[in-house]
Write a new protein. Structure first.
Length: 171
């Protein structure tokens, strides 16, 4: 325990409630090759460095996808647009969503330049090589070197806030 943790307690439900108000882009993080592809919906993705181009992706350490990325050392961040709500639910395991390779039956997927699954009509795709993995509580912080950013879409980004999908509008 670090000195910052000593003597303090944050109620987990209060923390969860506060974090739900941070709007975030919705992404599907993918890795592997058929028939052993893996993917999940994530919102904890952000830029880290422009030179060299690097990103951070935070995933639950116990997920199949997080473990597969560590084994494969390559992954893609597929940024979803507003027309991908059902795909976000599918890869998020919401409702009667399929698991594992079956998730890839929804959407049009192909192998990217570095062999990872990329969504043909994603708003943006970042194909990455895993640089580092840092354990941080229940999650791992994956540092990815961006290797390729193919052509990008023209739709509005799908956002997630307070348990709901939505979009952004200027004020």
């Amino acid at each position: 325990m670090s000195s910052a943790d000593q003597g303090y307690h944050c109620d987990p439900e209060h923390f969860r409630s506060a974090m739900r108000y941070f709007p975030a882009s919705v992404c599907v993080i993918t890795t592997g090759t058929a028939p052993n592809r893996s993917g999940l919906t994530a919102t904890a993705v952000c830029s880290l460095s422009m030179a060299p181009p690097r990103i951070l992706v935070c995933l639950n350490a116990e997920t199949t996808t997080c473990k597969a990325i560590q084994a494969n050392t390559r992954f893609a961040v597929n940024v979803l647009s507003q027309n991908h709500i059902e795909l976000a639910r599918c890869f998020g395991g919401i409702g009667q969503a399929p698991a594992g390779e079956q998730r890839f039956s929804q959407g049009c997927w192909r192998d990217g330049a570095f062999g990872v699954p990329v969504l043909d009509d994603a708003l943006h795709v970042l194909e990455c090589g895993l640089i580092r993995c840092h354990e941080a509580g229940t999650h791992n912080i994956l540092v990815g070197q961006v290797l390729h950013v193919p052509k990008q879409g023209q739709h509005e980004a799908l956002l997630y806030r307070n348990g709901t999908f939505g979009s952004w509008a200027p004020l």
